[in-house]
Ligand binder design. Structure first.
Ligand code: GLA
Length: 428
């Protein structure tokens, strides 16, 4: 990989104004609950996207994806989703910045403490973002592995624009804008975790994000004899984003049903397991008594049964993360690891976002005394499992697992031993 500054000057014949590096992320626990007002525990890792950027004056954005050898040019006026996927992560955030005045009035910009929005400097005429820019991107985050390469691109670009045009955005504002960009330009109704983690990461620390208040706390990750190892199924399911959006809708539906009975409930945070049973489980059980001929009715009831399963998982996972954080604070990594296995079970059987390859990888290490915890990570339907493994056993476990994965799943296992690194930053 050539240095990003060299890539930029080779391509544009002048030196980049600045370079930004933005990492991918892991998530220790708290999966699929960032969009359900839960808690997540992510950290930034040693895989990253770099961007080099410089201003133009002709109203165009020239984008170079160095790894792919692709160049795309679009005008800054009338930005709309582009058929080339990676382009959307760049123009999506440009669209956010250009619409910043609307954004503040639409009230999705909040500051780090969830206090009312601070004023954002809209770019002035001399430094006008609408006049365009050149940008070159490259990175080493494996695509589709569930390590948030798209969020890393969005955060790197937004951070670079923030510096280049002196926008004075806070990191939380940038995270919220990147999330909106993903909704609008990539069509994935993701939560805030990925962007938040990429921007806020700190070396050797996990971050507990309260996805309701947006308050966050850093937890030192003293893993001592243990490593965080990611096993990449190398499976990238096309269904992932449509199923992701469906899960969101199923959860919203469950919440609405529970709120009908308990109108004071605002979010999943306020719901007990008993209430899930009371309001949703009855419908699930009725399925068994259904007349098989009534296909339409069965389908509706099956959907309701799914709603029950999704909500049960969400309520359990919210509670589990709260307990896992106590384990972490006490340094009880055994107890923490057990909860990771429980999360996997819930994601696989109740939330149904796993796949045979992910289940295989978790199952294969579940009785290994050198593995504290393992589970699928991120959106699911492929991507990685996250494992906490005793350092001295990593090599042997990796070797055995790679062989059995190849034999039984007919795929090559990719393995990443990760370190926890700093979030999005300028590179000197
Ligand atoms: C994806 C989304 C996140 C989060 C995870 C699941 O990574 O982008 O917002 O919902 O899935 O925890």
């Amino acid at each position: 990989m050539l240095a990003i500054r060299t890539q930029f000057s080779n391509h544009f014949n002048y030196n980049a104004a600045l370079v930004v590096k933005s990492p991918g992320r892991i998530n220790l626990i708290g999966e699929h609950i960032d969009y359900n007002h839960g808690f997540v525990l992510p950290a930034a890792i040693d895989k990253f996207i770099e961007v080099a950027i410089g201003k133009r004056a002709d109203g165009a954005i020239h984008m170079v994806a160095a790894d792919l050898g692709e160049t795309i040019i679009v005008p800054t006026h009338n930005l709309v989703p582009h058929p080339t996927a990676w382009v959307n992560y760049i123009i999506g955030v440009v669209d956010q910045v250009l619409n910043i005045t609307h954004a503040t009035t639409n009230n999705f910009i909040v500051t780090d403490n969830n206090t009312p929005s601070t004023k954002i400097n809209v770019p002035t005429n001399e430094t006008n973002l609408a006049a365009g820019f050149d940008i070159c991107i490259q990175g080493n985050i494996p695509l589709g592995a569930g390590l948030s390469s798209s969020a890393a691109v969005e955060c790197a670009v937004l951070f670079a624009l923030n510096e280049l045009y002196s926008l004075s955005l806070t990191k939380m504002q940038m995270a919220l804008m990147a999330q909106q960009a993903e909704h609008k330009f990539a069509g994935v109704h993701c939560g805030l975790m990925d962007m938040f983690a990429s921007l806020h990461g700190q070396k050797n620390k996990a971050i507990l994000l309260d996805c309701d208040s947006l308050a966050f706390t850093y937890y030192p990750l003293a893993l001592n004899d243990y490593s965080i190892v990611l096993f990449d199924t190398q499976i990238k399911h096309a269904l992932a984003s449509s199923e992701y959006n469906t899960r969101r809708l199923e959860c919203e539906r469950g919440l609405r049903i529970i709120q009908e009975k308990y109108p004071t409930i605002k979010t999943f945070r306020d719901i007990s397991l008993e209430q899930v049973e009371e309001c949703l489980a009855f419908n699930a059980n009725t399925k068994n008594e259904m007349n098989e001929d009534k296909v339409e009715e069965t389908t509706t009831i099956e959907k309701t049964a799914k709603v029950y399963q999704r909500c049960k998982y969400v309520v359990e996972e919210i509670r589990r993360v709260q307990l896992a954080v106590q384990d972490l604070a006490k340094g009880d990594m055994q107890a923490f690891g057990k909860k990771m296995f429980e999360t996997h079970k819930g994601l696989s059987s109740l939330y149904e976002v796993s796949c045979p390859e992910l289940d295989f990888l978790v199952q294969a290490v579940s009785n290994n005394e050198n593995v504290l915890g393992a589970r699928m990570m991120g959106g699911g339907f492929g991507g990685c499992t996250i494992n906490i493994i005793k350092k001295m056993a990593v090599e042997e476990i990796t070797k055995k697992l790679s062989a059995s994965y190849a034999q039984l799943m007919h795929k090559e296992l990719a393995v990443y031993i990760t370190s926890i690194e700093e979030g999005t930053h300028l590179v000197a």
